[in-house]
Design a protein around this ligand. Sequence first.
Ligand code: SF4
Length: 523
Amino acid sequence: MESMFCYQCEQTAKGTGCTISGVCGKKPEIAHLQDLLTCEMINLAKAMQIKGVECAPAVDLLVEGLFTTITNVSFDKNRITILTDEIKNKRTKLGGTECITTDLLFHGDEDIISLKSTLLFGLRGMAAYAHHAHVLGQRDDVVDSWFIKGMASLTEEHTIDEWLALLMEFGSINLKCMALLENANITSYGNPTPVQITMKIEKGPFIVITGHDLNDLKMLLEQTVDRGVNIYTHSEMLPAHGYPELKKYPHLKGNFGTAWYLQQKDFNNLPAPILYTTNCLMPPMNSYIDKVYTTSAVAFPGTMHIDADENGYKDFSTLINHAIELKGYTEDMQLEGINGGTSVTTGFAKQTILDNASTIVDAVKAGAIKHFFLVGGCDGMKNERSYYTEFVKQTPKDTVILTLACGKYRFNDLDIGTIGPFPRILDMGQCNDAYGAIQVAIALAEVFECGVNDLPLTLVLSWYEQKAVCILLTLLSLGIKNIYIGPTVPAFFSNNVVNTIVDNFNLHPITTPEQDLATILDA
Ligand code: SF4
């Protein structure tokens, strides 16, 4: 008998669903509470739809709840219960009724549940992006409305074709949400520019900050000015180094460690505290749980949680004092990437690429650049993900690798040479910077007077959690075809859904680097 059911991420048990306990560390009690939270969000969205209420505070509750249920975000039953109660109270005040129960969330007709799950998981991913934009003071009414529409739709009966149309509509809304976040980041911190980042950790007190929230990093940098505490990014925080308004702080020193899934090894006995701003939080080991600080939707029992005050300000003084007490390393420590590299680059975001568009176009026309690969997405612990390292290593020297999100830690410390003024690996940023990559592709297609699908560009994606779901739906909604995806097909895609996507979009599950490269370059 199942004690829980969750199949929202790539590492789900047996490739079908976690039913005893989560591979991510999520226990049945938390899984059940997250299902309850999800049902209460659906109930609230339906009540808002019926009453015609679209107020920002209620949308914020949906955004927070969806963000909370992303893989590796919240393991804290008290915080989940408090949020669920708040959402339920809001629905009750609106006169809304209970229109879905947890047993109906993931059970029913296989194809319909698959399509509904895809929408729900996509909404969870988009919520994280909306949350980051909201804390920077930017919101979009169309995106806000769609949280209500999308969640309310999960109570509705639709045909398969109608669900597919809804998924494509959602993909276009997520594009708006990623554009909103890009604009929020650039308005707040400037346009990223290329930078080389060391993986050397200087002796003395330091703090590691992980996740995606640049606003948290900015506040931490401000509060550590002249405190003798250095700041190191980890995982998806790496692209922060490219933003002028963040890299201007001299104590933003470098990048710590490698991919998120290695955190239990990388943080073992760390002489410094770690601030988690978003996913991916793995259950902390005893050797460092007392140094774990969480904020925003991230939470784990036994760790210190730092909430924002009514003005959005977070007081990091306890964390900073903890770093001073711990004193950091006594000698400089040279860390390495998974391939032995000691530095990485980032900051090749949309504007940098567009500013160099004429150089790139000339290089393509002259035959110096034969093909672009966007090798991006999430990282994860499965050995099959070495595909992405090998793929990049085997790409011909006259090709360029664009990358984004944390999957790049499989290869971003490799030195695979340069093309003209650029390294062959160009890190465009975090997962949400897929928006910038899409804009670059559209701009190049205009220059070459062709469609995006006709460009010498192939997307080779790795997925793990729900932000990858919303990005995939955005790419499909734009009609982008021939995407390679791995390491496995999502468990929540039924066979019919997979076949439909493969038929309509020529989606390719990855095979081997040799075979896929040959297929792509021979096309
Ligand atoms: Fe399993 Fe992933 Fe769900 Fe965790 S989030 S319980 S690993 S499917």
